[in-house]
Ligand binder design. Sequence first.
Ligand code: UT7
Length: 328
Amino acid sequence: MANVNAGILGTGRAYPEGVLTNADLEQMVDTSDEWITSRTGIKQRHKAAEGEYTSMFAVRAARQAIERAKIDPLEIDLLICATVTPDQVLPSTGCIIQTELGAHKAAAFDLAAACSGFLFGLTLANTMIKTGQARYALVIGAELLTRYVDYTDRSTCVIFGDGAGAAVLGPVEGERGILATRIRSDGRYTEQLFAPGGGTRMGLTPESFAAGAHFYKMRGNELFKVAVRSMADVAREVLEETGYKADDVKLFIPHQANQRITDAVANNLKVDSQIVYSNIAMHGNTSSASIPIALDECVEMGRVHDGDLVLLASFGGGVTWGAVLMRW
Ligand code: UT7
């Protein structure tokens, strides 16, 4: 399998039916539709009901991606579920999804890189396909973030939503597929977005649960600046490596963290606003699911065509960031 590229053969997405609008949030915390819309671009986000869990949406998104890729689940060699909100601690949500799909020949596992998880997963899948260790890979980003949201904290509860997106990758011919990837992290910024409780360091006791130790804490303002700088830098790196310019890109999908972050990154990269995709108004920030959901929407809407140069960039807690450049 010399010089083979890995390309996306099929995509899918799923989210809970439940929706939390800005008007709903106005009833819950001291906020307003005007503030949320102008500061984030978000109008609504999906929210799972009691009894729903992460793998339910991951499986639905994955089934759609597999069907569109026209492969049999038994052909999948690698199954990565990027998530920071797994079904349970053990086994991995990847293994749960594998069983539901009947993808029994895949090596399945979870990948915790927060909002960059999907691009970290694409990077691993690309390497394994290029080196002949896998033929088909399923990469999923799936999150039920609303389970870790403190609905008394207006600085976080207006941002996050639930959902899942998936992509099947396989070998593609010619100059198509993934051309360059970059993934990075810097643990020195850990406390800008973190959930202290619920792990081995601070187990959930009735007291720590009551104190909300499992909820996400975010220093949004500090994160904002790092996010813009990191996403723009890493996107520039994959363009420079492949000799392309921002002008060559036909579709740019940044992680949907905040409309103002998307606008600032696009501005920094000097890409035409027409090629930047945004769905944050409808979904909020769904962490690792945001890019694959957006990609699937673009495929469905005909916003991506054969031969188009597609740029993806992400940033998330950890902190983690990355970019992927591919020819569709
Ligand atoms: O997914 C990847 C990781 N996450 C991110 O990258 C998120 C990055 N950060 C952000 O998206 C933004 O920082 C936020 C949307 C979280 C916050 O927006 P901001 O413009 O940075 O606001 P701020 O934190 O600087 O707060 C400005 C004011 C404060 O009031 P004072 O101190 O100026 O009186 C906040 O208390 O806005 C207030 N505020 C709100 N007001 C109404 C914060 N949240 C709300 C709210 N409604 N929901």
